[in-house]
Ligand binder design. Sequence first.
Ligand SMILES: C[S@@+](CC[C@H](N)C(=O)[O-])C[C@H]1O[C@@H](n2cnc3c(N)ncnc32)[C@H](O)[C@@H]1O
Length: 265
Amino acid sequence: MSGFETNWLTLREPADRDARAESLLEMVHAHLSALPPPHVIMDIGCGTGSTYRTLSPALPEAAWKLLDYETVLLDEAKREIGARDNIEFHCQDLNKLDETLFDDVAIVTASALFDLCSGQFCSRFVDLLTRRKIGLYAALNYDGVIDWSVDHPLDKQVVADFNRHQQSDKGFGPALGPDASDHLSALCEASGFTVKTASSPWRLDPETAELQNEFLLGFSRPIHEIGNISDADFKGWLDFRLSHIGVKNSVCTVGHTDILALPRT
Ligand SMILES: C[S@@+](CC[C@H](N)C(=O)[O-])C[C@H]1O[C@@H](n2cnc3c(N)ncnc32)[C@H](O)[C@@H]1O
């Protein structure tokens, strides 16, 4: 169980869409347009289908394979997207992949996934892509930078502890967390891919109050588990942060990086 809830994925989808680097989306489009059809896209860790909804309007000819191991999320993806001839849904654990699913795939997409993954998983996965000459568009990898326009003295410590927790096991072995983009880019480059990266930060203003609220509440468990900050100090920080969500001109920036790795022809 990954523990990601439909509600959280629904809340973050508009912020993700705004954050994605447009330049890489255009390059995905150009790459697929230059390939002979069929253009089969495999979205791994698809959740409820956010990447499909973002990319598919510009790619009407593409066929999709949406893969996740959470049946609740896949069922929600099926419900939201509806039955279509050009989409298959696959319930699979990425740690036990059936490689034949990649037989006809032109590009793999993923969003908010690789920071959960381990270095070992990335090596295995990039090896698969290299052998099969499949491109990778991996968007919204958390980069460790969280910044609020209104400061609090505990911000640095909270973010440092949160980032440490991001490197604990999320189901793939020790997670790369904020190191994911650098690690994955380096692996892809070493395997002969042409790699482009672009930053894709969330800029959360008072209009995104519900997302910010959930995001902040999500710090509680990691900070408690790391154990550097007393419960009382953390409560003070959280109360301060929650009370500032709606304040005029306040912005929370959460850093991400998008990666596009294309096989050299
Ligand atoms: C942060 S969510 C992102 C979901 C979606 N890509 C999005 O952007 O809304 C990470 C997703 O990866 C999936 N996931 C995590 N570990 C997985 C695994 N071992 N096999 C398949 N899917 C996995 C989760 O179920 C979840 O849907």
